[in-house]
Design a binder for this molecule. Structure first.
Ligand code: S3P
Length: 450
């Protein structure tokens, strides 16, 4: 990033990320977005106070705070990353006069829908921005209606109307592997008479199951299904949010690709349902070591050491997809710098994200001079084990595509100009500041080595 561009970071729409000779240093990333959403939403259903530390503040999680406030929950903010949520109990939420704006946050709209389905006799309307309003909602409307809630989509999308009713437990086989849909049903299951079971076609992130258990709910976990039982009282007390693996991932890929790098990322969530990218990169030849393994906030966590390494192409298929769902654009970039062809299949879900991420990723790679093509459910990349040329990447307002562009810029020969770079604020507002700092420390190390 040039000096001038750095100063423009806040509110800018276009940002140049210049190549870096190496990446050396230590960093920590903000709290996990999935866990932060869940801590606020489940905290809102608890009795008394939930204290959340390490909260991952972002546009998405701010929308969650605003949503529970609109439902009558008091949330106090202490400094950047500590929240106190004063829960209203399972049945204490009150419908606001107007719609609840879920902004860009898929996790918020889906999980909240599950909760509101159980608020008997109350009516709610959920809306979102243009991107969220284009995403599929039948996947939650259908099972919640089957449980007895009144749910109405607008041609399968937002705005979503919900009438809370008394719910019955269901056995539900998920048609797509989705933690958001699974979580919506499990949260509604807290209100159902009789157990609610969700069967997964492939394992997805299990943060909801873990947090509901910590809050005192009865949750039975089996290898391919989860059952939740009606709850009478929840209490979380303290939640420590670990660093977000999805926010660490851009730095992990950058340090892998930029020769001579040695990077440490501290305090990262390493839940195996989230770290599929590590396995994929290791298969490609990456040199990543996990150390100081420990539990952080009821989840597996630890520190990462990443050294650059030459990569070889690989194939990623359907069972691995949910374990690396938000990191698949970064996998494609790593594949672009690996020797040989790489393939991604069974990833049609990428077309239902903040953007069509198959199309957005292929376009971004092509803009950098990489040979890539999309398919119905994935993509193929012809890798060249060298720095890609660079170019201009349109984020399309998608935070993960903006970060893909940034990592591409660091690893490129000519740099990458990212259009609509502030999209990163959806999950990681401090992304460019950390990148800048890392560039500075890496240059100091470079000078000392001379
Ligand atoms: C999330 C689940 C995933 C993921 C999203 C966060 C969650 O979505 O892509 O960023 O917090 O449950 P799907 O469940 O729709 O795959």
């Amino acid at each position: 990033m040039s000096e001038e561009d750095t100063r423009l970071t806040a509110g800018t729409t276009s940002l140049l990320v210049e190549p870096v000779p190496r990446l050396v240093g230590h960093l920590a990333v903000p709290g996990d977005k999935s866990i932060s959403h869940r801590a606020v939403l489940i905290g809102a259903l608890c009795e008394g106070e939930t204290r959340i530390t390490g909260f991952g503040r972002s546009a998405d999680t701010e929308a969650t705070i605003a949503a529970v406030r609109a439902l009558g929950v008091e949330v106090y903010e202490h400094g950047a990353d500590t929240l106190r949520v004063f829960g209203k109990g399972l049945h204490g939420l009150t419908a606001p006069g107007g719609p609840i704006d879920c902004a860009n946050a898929g996790t918020l709209v889906r999980l909240l829908a599950g909760i509101l389905a159980g608020q008997q006799g109350q009516e709610f309307e959920l809306t979102g921005d243009a991107s969220l309003s284009a995403r599929p909602m039948v996947r939650i409307a259908e099972p919640l209606a089957r449980m007895g809630a009144g749910v109405e989509t607008t041609d399968g999308r937002l705005p979503l109307g919900i009438l809370g009713r008394s719910l019955r437990g269901i056995d539900y086989v998920l048609p797509v592997a989705s933690a958001q849909v699974k979580s919506a049903i499990l949260l509604a299951g807290l209100y159902a008479d009789g157990p609610t079971t969700v069967v997964e076609p492939a394992p997805t992130r299990d943060h909801t199951e873990r947090m509901l258990r910590a809050a005192g709910a009865r949750v039975d976990v089996r290898p391919t299904s989860v059952t939740v039982h009606r709850a009478t009282r929840l209490s979380l007390g303290e939640v420590e949010v670990p660093g977000d693996f999805s926010s660490a991932a851009p730095f992990v890929v950058a340090a892998t690709l930029v020769p001579g790098s040695e990077l440490h990322v501290h305090g990262v969530n390493l839940n195996p349902r989230r770290t599929g990218l590590l396995e994929i990169l290791e298969r490609m030849g990456a040199r990543i070591t996990v150390y100081n393994r420990r539990e952080i906030g009821g989840e597996p966590g630890g520190d990462l050491e990443v050294r650059s390494a030459p990569l070889v192409g690989t194939t990623v298929g359907a069972t691995e997809v949910p374990l690396a769902i938000d990191e698949l654009p970064l996998f494609a970039l790593a594949a672009a710098c690996a020797r040989g062809e790489s393939r991604l299949t069974g990833a049609a879900e990428l077309r239902a994200k903040e953007t069509d991420r198959i199309e957005a990723t292929v376009d971004a790679l092509r803009a950098l001079g990489v040979r890539a093509r999309g398919s119905e459910d994935g993509l193929a990349v012809t890798g060249v084990p060298a720095r890609p040329r660079g170019g201009r990447v349109a984020s399309r307002g998608d935070h993960r595509i903006a970060m893909l562009g940034a990592v591409g810029g660091l690893a490129s020969r000519e740099g990458v100009r990212i259009e609509d770079a502030d999209a990163v604020a959806v999950s990681f507002p401090g992304f460019f500041a950390i990148l800048d700092e890392l560039r500075r420390t890496s240059v100091v190390v470079e000078d000392e080595r001379r």
